[in-house]
Design a protein around this ligand. Sequence first.
Ligand SMILES: [Mn+2]
Length: 339
Amino acid sequence: MIIVLKPQSTKQMVDNFVDSLQKNYDVKVNEWVGTQSTVLGLIGDTSAIDIDYISAQDIVESVKRVQEPYKKANRKFHPDDTVITLPGGQKIGDGSLSLIAGPCSVESERQIVEIAKSVKDSGAQFLRGGAFKPRTSPYAFQGLKAEGLELLREARKVTGLPIVTEIMRVSHIPLFEDVDIIQVGARNMQNFELLKELGRLDKPILLKRGLSSTIEELLMSAEYIMAGGNEKVILCERGIRTYETYTRNTLDISAVPILKKLSHLPVIVDPSHASGISWLVEPLALAAVAAGADGLIIEVHNDPQHALSDGAQSLTPEQFDQVAKHVNAAAKAFGRKVG
Ligand SMILES: [Mn+2]
């Protein structure tokens, strides 16, 4: 962190300020005294320093971070990739390509079990399905809630696929006790109270990037979960809001290599919500593999035309089978393990 002090600062004022920084934070302060002003360089872990607090001090002209404000999610402090291993042995982030597939919403036992079987046959290692749905309209289908979770458990029993499903509020955490991977959706990426509570669990959290969130904000949200002790975070790029209206969102493909560079956490891509259009899922999925994503989360429905949510972006089981074949071939071409 670099702090430029105001030109009229006296030596006494500078000394007091430097003393207070070294006393309050775990940093060493280097001082450069120029003809106009004094510049301080803070060396050490500055992630706990509130930049606004520093800016508010009378003696400070300007302040700039040169180090990222996240520590646990930062690759600098953890150079090796984080590999998330589920109790059943499935791994995410180990160099293989993880495929998570299933419907936007769980609708019935027959629907979820049928889809689970077919995506498993096509090579998916995880089953997704929404039970609590954050919909833009309060009049749209809100999910089967606790019953939806029960149906996911049923589909897991039949297929053995671990389940991934979204949580929306802290008070629901007990209901998610035996969910294998808990998803935090884009709209809750900055629900800090929820993130803090999920930080107390020992369970993988799939954290989706917010619609209008920067890469650093996503990493700060991961930091919230990790700061509580839960370091099993999977980052998910799912498209961001731009001026383009052809697609539901714009897939920020550059976020994949950037996140992989800045952080050791696994990064997966959701081409379904990024595009909102089923025929765009395959090209975006292939782009994600090429960009180095650790996995994909794809919406699949046995009857997209009658889906209760996100039918337009859902693949049929047959289409998913083709996409899975092509993404696995691409992964192999990039020297990745498949499965
Ligand atoms: Mn959806």
